[in-house]
Design a protein around this ligand. Structure first.
Ligand code: SF4
Length: 143
């Protein structure tokens, strides 16, 4: 699956949930997206939910800002790092981020970074319009 198709499908799923939660306050919407609640109430939101498995090894995980406003991807990337194509990166160069380096491609590895998953961060950047928060995520990467 390309980044773009995942991103568009995820945006639709996120919107469908948020549109059902008009009776909740913003804080309650954020709490609804807590991993443990989402696994029970929204099993189709993430493939990992079926296995009750988190993408990050952490006790508290909030899924509201999955994938992360700081993530940048470009399926048609023309950006090179050494002789490989860079398809995604971290705009804030998180100290906890790293890279998956393949023979021809490099992808950002966010598995060690919890920046978008804390309630404090989500409250700071909150909008019920997930795409508005993620506006810069689909990018054009070039040298
Ligand atoms: S934050 Fe992790 S567990 Fe939650 S929806 Fe995203 S990938 Fe799935």
């Amino acid at each position: 699956m390309s980044y773009k198709s995942w991103f568009e499908a995820h945006a639709k799923k996120h919107k469908a949930i948020v549109d059902r939660l008009t009776h909740l306050s913003d804080d309650e919407v954020i709490a609804y997206f807590d991993f443990d609640n989402m696994v029970k109430k929204e099993p189709d939101f993430c493939p990992l939910y079926k296995e009750n498995k988190k993408c990050h090894d952490t006790k508290e995980l909030n899924c509201y800002l999955c994938a992360c406003p700081n993530f940048r991807f470009d399926d048609e990337s023309a950006k090179k790092q050494e002789d490989k194509t860079l398809f995604s990166l971290c705009a804030i160069d998180s100290k906890d981020g790293s890279q998956y380096v393949g023979e021809e491609a490099i992808h950002q590895n966010c598995s060690g970074c919890l920046v978008p998953h804390s309630v404090t961060y989500i409250k700071k950047h909150f909008s019920r319009d997930w795409l508005a928060i993620m506006i810069k995520v689909p990018s054009t990467l070039s040298d």
